[in-house]
Design a protein around this ligand. Structure first.
Ligand SMILES: *Cc1c(COP(=O)(O)O)cnc(C)c1O
Length: 383
């Protein structure tokens, strides 16, 4: 039997609203590049959506993380705490600043950074040196902590924020995957000094490529904006007061973003129905279940995740789905297993390794038909 040609991908963008109209207006008016009304509107609406004061639109989520860390004062020789279970961008952003990422274990339930393990590591391995929190052994400053809301499921961000406050560490949320997710009623991305969103093509909403740094600290947001535009002090005479970046989001991308935001609630409602259908379909299944939102949290269900009892079952089920034309993908190789970041752990990473070996993502687009979910569930339930 030959393989079926149609592959149902993990996540597909959808352009069912005003996307054509808004992009066309950029072309018609010539406002395609930096500056323009859609950038301002996209920033205002995203900030409002997260309940934050400010938002700065940037070229992608990675650039947003980089700028947020730089504006938070992270520099060469500092350490930045990140979960090992995340997309590589979280750790790379720290490395761009010459800082060392250190990897914290994850919780089995939320898939996010484990607050208990974070605090235990900080207590045992760091001390105060004046106002600086430094690692005992290396003497390096622990400058920031960047939890991730993995696949849209909120991490225990209130607990993580309290720990960061107690230890004097800047909290930057990697909210790249969690637009529309909330924890105790508050938007993911609004708990720290800054939250960083991504609008890459595979995310819940897309601008082609794009990102946003959201913050309620006006001075911080101003600095991020400044750094994103080549630290331009005076445009008329090309005067720049430090080394900045060309990280501003073009207006044509922001036009897509404005249209996509209009469709966000509809997308979230359908993604929740899909997740419920997976969950209910897998109820009582042998050795496989759906990762669900933690108590008190609402996930945007960006990517649904199947959790298996053994690595062997996870491998077998992924192969079965892929053979049937449904894309199934393992979690990211944990950061502490990436060659450039090996051996940079903050404590044991047993849960991260276990999650990596037993969990995988299944198709989760907002427009995924219910019958596709039913077929995937049927394949997963077959022993
Ligand atoms: C997508 C993503 C990023 C990076 O966003 P880009 O827009 O692709 O640069 C960062 N962190 C996480 C967790 C992501 O999923």
């Amino acid at each position: 039997m030959s393989k079926p040609k149609t592959v149902v991908p993990l996540h597909e963008p959808e352009f069912a609203g005003n996307e054509w109209k808004y992009v066309k207006s950029c072309l018609d008016t010539g406002w395609v590049s930096s500056g323009g009304a859609f950038v301002t509107r996209f920033e205002r609406e995203t900030a409002a959506r997260l309940g934050a004061r400010e938002a700065v639109a940037v070229v992608n989520g990675t650039a947003g993380l980089h700028l947020a860390l730089r504006a938070a004062g992270v520099g060469p020789g500092d350490e930045v705490l990140v979960p090992s279970i995340t997309f590589i961008a979280t750790a790379n952003a720290a490395a761009y600043q010459g800082a060392v990422p250190r990897f914290v274990d994850s919780e089995p339930y939320s898939l996010g950074m484990d607050p208990v393990k974070l605090e235990a590591w900080l207590e045992k391995n760091t001390r105060l040196a004046g106002k600086r929190r430094v690692e005992r052994k290396s003497g390096r400053r622990v400058a920031a902590c960047v939890p991730v809301h993995v696949f849209g499921h909120p991490a225990r961000i209130v607990e993580l924020a309290a720990i960061c406050a107690r230890y004097g560490i800047a909290l930057i949320e990697d909210a790249a995957e969690s637009l529309g997710s909330t924890y105790r009623g508050r938007a993911c991305g609004s708990f720290g000094l800054a939250g960083c969103l991504s609008f890459n093509g595979n995310k819940t909403i897309t601008t082609g490529g794009g990102g946003m740094v959201v913050s309620s600290n006006a001075a911080f947001a101003k600095r991020v904006r400044h750094l994103s535009t080549q630290a331009k002090k005076d445009a008329a005479v090309y005067l720049h007061d430090e080394v900045g970046y060309n990280y501003r989001l073009p207006n044509i991308n922001a036009a897509l973003g404005c249209a996509q935001l209009e469709g966000l609630d509809h997308a979230l409602a359908r993604k929740r129905r899909t997740a419920e259908r997976y969950r209910d379909g897998l109820a009582g299944a042998n050795g496989v279940s759906l990762v669900w939102e933690p108590a008190g949290a609402r996930s945007n269900f960006w990517l649904n995740t199947a959790r298996c009892d053994t690595p062997a079952r996870a491998k077998r089920l992924q192969k079965r789905l892929n053979d049937a034309g449904y894309e199934a993908r393992p979690l990211w190789t944990p950061c502490h297993r990436q060659p450039m970041f090996e051996k940079l752990s903050a404590g044991s990473l047993d849960t991260a390794d276990a999650l990596w070996r037993t969990c995988f993502n299944v198709p989760s687009s907002a427009a995924l038909p219910g019958r596709a979910v039913d077929e995937i569930v049927r394949l997963l339930r077959r022993s």
